[in-house]
Design a binder for this molecule. Sequence first.
Ligand code: SF4
Length: 703
Amino acid sequence: MNVSSRVVQTTCPYCGTGCGVEARISPSGAVEIAGDPLHPANYGRLCVKGSALAETLTLEGRLLHPIIKGARASWREAVDLVARRFRETIEQHGPDSVAFYVSGQMLTEDYYVANKFMKGFLASANIDTNSRLCMASSVAGHKRAFGADIVPNVYEDIEEADLVVLVGSNLAWCHPVLFQRLEQAKARRADMRVVNIDPRRTATSEIADLQLSLKPGSDVALFLGLLRFLERTGRRHAAYVDRHTKGADNALLAAQDWSLTKVAAATGLDETALAEFYEAFAATERTVTIYSQGVNQSSAGTDKVNAILNCHLFTGRIGLPGAGPFSVTGQPNAMGGREVGGLANQLACHMELENARHREIVRGFWGYERVAAKPGLKAVDLFEAVGDGRIKALWIIGTNPVASLPEADKIKRALAACDFVVVSDVMAETDTAPFAHVQLPAQPWGEKDGVVTNSERRISRQRALGPAAGDAMPDWQILCSVARAMGAKGFDYAVSADIFREYAALSGHLNHGERSFDISACAEISAAAYESLRPFQWPWRRGETAFARPKRFFANGGFFTPDGRARLVATPYRPPQSRTSAAAPFVLNTGRLRDQWHTMTRTGVAPRLSQHVAEPFVEIHPEDAASLKLQPAGLARVSNAHGAVILRTLITDRQQRGSVFAPIHWTDQHAAAARVDALVAANVDPLSGQPELKASAVRIEAW
Ligand code: SF4
């Protein structure tokens, strides 16, 4: 080791596990990456994506200067133009004619400033985030059941459980370090059991004692049957249900017909396997249910979440060591964005737009005459409004909607018709960039500085490893520059710590214990303490001692509903909205691969990450492939009324008949006709607005 190397402790920018990273930087500038041995998310572990972070620190493809209509510009010119166009649009058409579409890649400080700008200074709530595609159903489910958006448990519970139920989660590939923790715990404890509920057999299935390959989208039926089984086998935790909940009777009423036979018919599972799962769940006090995008990305996503929460509330298995429901977030800061109001229907610090008292608290704290008075447009609706001209000026920050939103070709048409589009990104050429009137260079991981929150409510610092390249600026600073140019007060932050202090103060401001997100202990944090801040879990209230043992919620009630009781929710079963037909007889499921991240702007530059899977593919059952005359490693055209893609065929019985899988990562930047989200219908959950990315009807032909 070179003695003059310096070590920067930071956080991985990929999945919601939120692993701590140590970057060792030599005097020559070379960077070595290792897991932070003291970070409670990973204790030194990293997956292959995290390990390859140093290889992504390249200027290849970076956007390094502002660009106006294809030509390099100064920051002054770019900021003045954006401010003028947003101001003029609002003057002519009102505040709801502009919108921000932001990202779970943003740091919490960026998110807070973007929200203050839109919901405070501009008094519109037309700001939504790509976290809408990731976690919105969990947010809505948590709020319905708990009265607040809270993950009740901590990572240790996954290791301490006797039964781990995975639902719609390929943990092995999408949260690899959490999977490693589960694997190692199972290797230590012979009595630990794992049930994997997923239409596909995946890498995660290899750890499962029981694999339930249910029909796509039938999870609610499965958990209705479980609730009924728990009732009939005397597993109601009467004291907990009576003292801490409401709604059990209604939830049971919705479940009363869901016999094993009926569940088997709806899910396609055999009754013996179903009974084995139900008996294992009923008999095991220390049960953790981990769920992710297979649950959230559904037109019944919120009901799926509540169907799972019902079973845990009914048995009192929540917030206890080794027992509870556990939503694992997809993005590195999906949780942090929610904390500061990143979604169009939220206010900062877990306050609610529909709540007049909350609006008044936020308005008074920010010192504006008014704040947004009604929820803004959620992602899919927001782009619908761009397409039909209601939104005339749009600022896209850190995300690539032309590749990632449903009906992605329609997004192209919407952006092409929009009067004014601003794109802040770290990369110069993305699928969305050609539609930008102004491109603004943002700082990537390794240059920016702030905090993120992982799936167990742990806030960690992301720190810069060195100076910014070119003219790149932090997202919060870009937003502040435009806000000030529009005449806004309250955007004079010098460093990210100033923003952190402000929202920490707001989290405790006039908070009489009614809000869950409270980190008011950080409201006066010094610059030095912010710089050296170690990972901590919220809440961390003023006067509390820092870094106590893991913080769980709800073992003894204490919900954030007006009466302090959780709600069990009746969840009638609805199949996926997109129905198969003779013209489109297959169900397309989309998802991530182990070694890539989103649209590959970062992971795509690390050669070793492309060795795992080199090109886009469609995974299909051998009998379906034979009936379509598809050849192994041949090409297939996958299409429907929304679009078409050409993919390599991967023929495998991991896939069940009638459904296919394709990864989300490739875009038209990598290969012609590779954006699978062009095929996804824009069907959304009615409560969360989250699109159904896991079940679109498609047609497949040999190509
Ligand atoms: Fe990064 Fe997630 Fe891998 Fe951890 S598990 S190193 S957070 S991608």
